[in-house]
Ligand binder design. Structure first.
Ligand code: ADP
Ligand code: MG
Length: 491
């Protein structure tokens, strides 16, 4: 889907294929390395709370253009500030989502919480954003990175991605390529994000207060949450992490006299949402009530409701319109740099511009992806499927969706290893999506912490529309940085 016969192939870090006996041996070691270091998940098909499977991974790291990686890293503090400013712009969020919330019940429910909180005033002025900005290199612009999306809620894989760098370094070393390890950038995603949560905990300034993780009823991606919890306890032994579902918060949670969020007798300083970003997480009004309760509390939310709304696809589409960035960023150089990472994003609202994008999508659907206001994968409509999907919608229903130019990433070749997969694995054509993590903490007037915090690479079969790691088409990976003027690797 993302590629055709003319798509360029990035130079591999080592020459493939590997001899079969060597491949079998190193793959078996890598699987054990993954399980032993927690690059792992619960099985969906054979779930047991007592065991883990390794998370799907790419055996040797996939190449990524160094210049573009460094660009993405350097941009992150600017993107953090942009999102912080967007989140605090009531007028922008309200007008941008006005049409969408008329037809998209989930976004409307989130927006209603926002509206109610606005009406009563924010109990907690500070927010913490643990963001992940996702990119693909776009071949028709010299592999310049283009933003796929920005995540402001439940930005995942910081924990596992951090483990994957040493795993792939181990594999390269086993294969006799220790000289190449320096092309794999270190990854401090886990400590970066968790230290951010602890900075928010410090701002709350109550030594006995806990950090609350909001979780799904079943956490398949358990390691990527336990890493955070264990890192916090190990690095800051005095801080406790609690895990609760929205349903449990509804049952146990209440507000204290100063609007402190209390679970039993424990006061919550920081709430980290790893659930609550999709309709399926809200089984009934109880879960929405829990979300509202937390939102009105004194706890510092990651994300607060305005941050959550700022991360919607609709807001991303609005930001990519000419001259909008000027509202949020002062420096013209920064505006230019951020503007360049946007690919075409089009409104489908029921007005002249929206109707023109609708016509354009019907004429040349193969150029586009159609996205609703959802997170977590599996919701988009691609290429030739778009006309049917659009025709099934009424004019107003279209405003729940946005249209986006397809990005065409270069191919890499490698071995994708997944539980129950072929042994030895086959060489496949793949494409990668780079995620850069960022931490931003502040209130409407000030940003008190703003930094880039590590990265992740997710790689999928080039034939797949989406690369959900748990869904089965994607795998975790790390970037192997290459320069455009490198000699071709022949070893
Ligand atoms: P979600 O919130 O579900 O993660 P995304 O916007 O990240 O939604 O889309 C899911 C996946 O679809 C991405 O990880 C990527 O593989 C693919 N995708 C999304 N937008 C584009 C695009 N513009 N061009 C190419 N692939 C895309
Ligand atoms: Mg995504």
């Amino acid at each position: 889907m993302s590629s055709d016969a003319n798509t360029p192939v990035l130079r591999n870090c080592i020459r493939l294929p590997l001899p079969e006996d060597e491949l079998l041996e190193v793959t078996a070691k890598a699987k054990d390395y993954a399980i032993m270091h927690g690059a792992a998940m619960r099985s969906k098909t054979a779930f047991s709370p007592d065991s883990l499977n390794f998370a799907p991974f790419v055996l040797v790291p996939s190449s990524f253009p160094r210049k573009e990686f460094e660009k993405a890293v350097a941009l992150q503090p600017i993107i953090n500030r942009l999102m912080h400013n967007v989140a605090h712009d009531e007028e922008f969020i309200t007008t941008t989502l006005a049409e969408t919330i008329k037809v998209d019940e989930f976004t409307a429910n989130l927006f209603n919480i926002y509206r109610k909180v606005l009406a009563h005033g924010f109990t907690q002025a500070y927010s913490i954003g643990l963001l992940r900005s996702d990119y693909m290199a776009h071949v028709s612009e010299g592999c310049a990175i283009k933003q796929v999306e920005i995540n402001t809620v439940a930005s995942s894989f910081a924990g596992i991605a951090t483990q994957l760098v040493p795993q792939q370094k181990f594999v390269l070393s086993e294969l006799g390529h220790a000289d190449k390890l320096h092309n794999m950038p270190n990854n401090k995603a886990l400590s970066g994000l968790c230290d951010g949560m602890v900075k928010a905990w410090d701002i709350y300034a109550k030594p006995k207060a806990v950090i609350l993780f909001i979780i799904e009823d079943v956490s398949y991606n358990i390691c990527d949450q336990r890493f955070h919890e264990f890192y916090i306890r190990e690095t800051y032994p005095h801080i406790k992490v609690l895990r609760r579902t929205l349903t449990e918060v509804h049952r146990e949670g209440k507000l204290g006299l100063g609007k402190e969020l209390l679970l039993g007798n424990q006061e919550v300083a920081v709430i980290y949402f790893r659930a609550g970003y999709e309709p399926g997480h809200y089984h009934s009004q109880a879960e929405w009530d829990a979300r509202y309760l937390m939102e009105t509390s004194l706890a510092i939310k990651c994300p607060s409701i305005h941050y959550h709304l700022a991360g919607t696809k609709k807001v991303q589409q609005a930001l990519a319109q000419p001259a909008v960035l000027e509202r949020f960023i002062n420096d013209p150089e920064e505006i230019k740099a951020v503007g360049k990472i946007f690919t075409g994003l089009y409104s489908l609202d029921d007005n002249e511009a929206g109707n023109a994008s609708y016509e354009m999508a019907l004429r040349t659907p193969e150029r586009f992806v159609l996205k609703p206001q959802r997170e977590g994968g599996g919701n988009n409509v691609y290429g030739v499927d778009i006309p049917d999907a659009l025709k099934r919608m009424s004019r107003v229903e279209r405003s729940a969706w946005i249209l986006m130019d397809l990005i065409h990433p270069p191919l890499t070749k490698g071995y994708m290893v997944r539980p129950g997969g072929d042994m030895p694995p086959q060489i496949v054509d793949m494409v990668s999506e780079l995620g850069i993590f960022g931490v931003v903490i502040g209130d409407a007037e000030h940003i008190v912490h703003n930094y880039q915090a590590g990265h992740m690479l997710r790689t999928k079969l080039s034939t797949a529309n989406e690369g959900g790691v748990a869904a089965g088409l994607g795998a975790l990976d790390s970037p192997y940085l290459i320069d455009s003027d490198d000699d071709d690797e022949e070893n």
